[in-house]
Ligand binder design. Structure first.
Ligand code: SF4
Ligand code: SF4
Length: 164
């Protein structure tokens, strides 16, 4: 089997430009661990947390739980000082840019670098670290609600989602 293009590692250091957190539409999907951490952080029940911070995205296979955006497309958790939940940010954010979609080919990696000045410069990340990020994201999964649940998120108990 051929070696991945990142076998010798890839350079990335966040330049803290916030481009990936604001200014354009996008999704930040939540895993069960993400939801649990954030519910604990804010000491909220699921319906209240959902109403304040979440939206649902129809994936065709279910309704994925995602962070809400502000009217200007900034992430609901982005403020002038940056990400206000940085230590508890979702695995999707914590593993960027080592996502399967970006690592599908060297061309995809270079394309992603057009929108992220940190890609291709700074710290050298080893193949094993990159693959740990891929595994972390894949194993975390995304919370999916059924159509019935999506119609009434205000009555869902967190344990129902976290216990699946
Ligand atoms: S776009 Fe890249 S450099 Fe800018 S904040 Fe996001 S990860 Fe950091
Ligand atoms: S949760 Fe934090 S790191 Fe993730 S997109 Fe929102 S502001 Fe950015």
């Amino acid at each position: 089997m051929a070696e991945p293009f990142y076998a010798a590692g890839l350079r990335f250091s966040c330049a803290r430009c916030s481009a990936c957190c604001r200014g354009g539409p996008g999704y930040v999907f939540l895993s069960k661990d993400d939801l649990h951490r954030l519910l604990v952080r804010f000491a909220l029940d699921f319906p209240t947390f959902f109403a304040k911070y979440c939206t649902l995205v129809d994936t065709g296979a279910g309704y994925a739980l995602s962070l809400k955006e502000k009217a200007n497309y900034d992430c609901i958790f982005w403020e002038k000082c940056g990400c206000v939940i940085y230590d508890d940010r979702p695995v999707q954010c914590a593993t960027f840019p080592f996502w399967s979609s970006i690592l599908a080919s060297e061309g995809d990696w270079l394309d992603a670098g057009r929108d992220c000045p940190g890609i291709g410069s700074g710290k050298l990340h080893s193949r094993s670290h990159i693959e740990e990020c891929l595994y972390a994201r894949r194993s975390a999964g995304t919370i999916l609600l059924s159509a019935e649940e999506a119609a009434h998120p205000e009555v869902i108990d967190a344990a129902t989602l976290l216990g699946r």
